[in-house]
Design a protein around this ligand. Structure first.
Ligand code: SAM
Ligand code: SF4
Length: 470
């Protein structure tokens, strides 16, 4: 997958190497000592929702006396939380499973997540040493499934998609010490013609506002100041409780929790993106000034074939709302390149849309045909080589936009939540509320986890350079 313009994710891996304790940054570690030598290792593929699902699955295991270990070799339970959004992601998981063909003796190997749901019991056929296959819609059954495994179950599955429940845990092992993830809506009720998510994550279901707010208060008490609300279509949120809050009601309530300084949310679907969301950001300083609004294509014809439920013009109208906010709001988007039937003219419309919206980041993906999706067998496939050519053109086009955008920020001041140290460059790094990466110098000692003010001195395509204001 192309991450060339990722302004949102790349420092996470560094943070995961140094995880926070189960209950947050201010708590002492609660990783329980092994009970009877029960230990687990979980590797996560794919999106932030998967990262956070793994945090919750780890919480379930810690609550049952398992101990987290640092490598699969040390663990007696090895879990892969998988992604199947593109073919490459799925291949990677099968390659990992292949590693255990002759060496799994004594270990329990499990496959969780989207690939588990997509392939189901077929995984046992391809990798007979696997004992657990469980999709995300069945995670609430994990304690029972683990009990089955502990009592010798050989092929245990959780593959039911027909649910209106969400996955809530008493303990969540939080791997990011600075930003707490919180899923407010699971599944997806859209049916984009290229996408596996409705088949792998099941129907849309929102978590009650009371339960979300209770968790935010717990996170604030534990010392977290930044919350990221998650959902495949986060802004389709509909409170199932009698309060019947919409997404904006929930956003404002989360932002009002004492101790919370930053609230982010991802991913928004353009169809459910309202003016009220922009107004809420404008009037609520704790709501971060960044919106990730995937467009997928700049051609209305291709959007129709993708079943995206909006036109180029409707998307541009929503961008106009964002651009006319009183507070500058940073925008990022996703693009799929080489969807079946995408012509050179369609592709040029995508480039012209990117020029029009001037986004600060683009996640661009070559179209990958997926099982159980209508587009899989459509004619007029774009050859791989041509997809590669278009991707390179788009990346260069967007690189220039980002360099120009970032140069305009030179001399401006931003608040940064510091989340990394680059010793070799003698720089600290963090995120602005607009989710830009800012690397800066400072004469001060340990700044990790601090909010500081910095002035921009230089702008590159993917990040900013600056100095702390003293
Ligand atoms: N729900 C979000 C939305 O509607 O925009 C997107 C969630 S999806 C997990 C993340 C991104 O993966 C999509 O925005 C799309 O760009 C990309 N994607 C999904 N299916 C794909 C496919 N078959 N081939 C290539 N990219 C794909
Ligand atoms: Fe996939 Fe479309 Fe649902 Fe997003 S809205 S998760 S792209 S089906």
């Amino acid at each position: 997958m192309s991450r060339a313009f990722d302004v949102g994710l790349e420092s996470l891996s560094a943070l995961v190497a140094n995880p926070a304790p189960a209950n947050g940054p201010n708590q002492s570690p609660t990783v329980a000592p092994a009970d009877g030598g029960k230990s687990f290792f979980i590797e996560t593929f794919g999106c932030q929702m998967n990262d956070h699902d793994s945090e919750k699955v780890s919480g379930v295991l810690l609550g049952r006396g398992y101990r987290a270990v640092e490598s699969p070799a040390q663990a007696n339970l090895v879990l892969y939380n998988t992604c199947s959004i593109r073919e490459k992601a799925a291949q990677k998981v099968f390659a990992r499973l292949g590693d255990w063909k002759t060496t799994s003796n004594g270990k329990i190997i499990g496959v969780l997540g989207c690939l588990a749901q997509q392939e189901g019991e077929e995984i046992f056929e391809r990798a007979p040493w696997v004992s657990l296959v469980c999709g995300s819609a069945s995670y609430r059954r994990l304690p029972d499934l683990i009990t089955d495994l502990e009592s010798g179950g050989r092929r245990v599955t959780g593959l039911d998609l027909d649910t209106d429940e969400t996955f809530e845990t008493e303990i969540t092992r939080r791997d990011n010490p600075f930003r707490a993830y919180l899923t407010i809506i699971e599944g997806c009720d859209y049916s984009c013609s290229y996408c596996v998510v409705p088949h792998t994550r099941g129907p849309e279901r929102s978590r009650s506002s009371d339960s979300v707010l209770a968790e935010v208060r717990r996170l604030a008490d534990a010392g977290y100041t930044e919350i990221q609300l998650l959902g495949q279509t986060v802004n389709s949120y509909r409170d199932p409780s009698p309060r019947k809050w919409n997404f904006v009601n929930l956003l404002q309530a989360v932002a009002a929790v004492p101790g919370i300084r930053r609230v982010r949310f991802t991913t928004s679907h353009p169809n459910d993106f309202t003016r009220e969301i922009v107004e809420a950001i404008d009037s609520t300083p704790a709501l971060c000034d960044h919106i990730h609004l995937p467009v997928q294509s700049g051609s209305t014809r291709v959007l129709g074939a993708m079943r995206r439920t909006y036109t180029r013009e409707q998307y541009l109208e929503k961008i106009e709302w964002i651009r006319s906010a009183r507070r500058p709001i940073s925008l990022t988007t996703d693009i799929i390149i080489g969807f079946p039937g995408e012509t050179e003219t369609d592709f040029e419309e995508t480039l012209s849309l990117l020029s029009a919206i001037q986004s600060d980041g683009v996640f661009a993906f070559k179209y990958s045909p997926r099982p159980n999706t209508p587009a899989r067998d459509w004619p007029d496939a774009v050859p791989e080589e041509e997809k590669g050519r278009r991707l390179a053109i788009l990346q260069e086009h967007q690189r220039r936009i980002q360099i120009a955008n970032n140069e305009l920020l030179i001399g401006k001041e931003f608040e940064v939540l510091v989340d990394a140290r680059h010793s070799a460059r003698d720089q600290w790094a963090g995120r602005t509320t607009s989710n830009r990466i800012l690397n800066f110098t400072s004469p001060h000692g340990n700044l990790l986890g601090e909010y500081v003010q910095a002035r921009i001195t230089r702008g590159g395509p993917n990040s900013l350079v600056g100095e702390q204001l003293l």
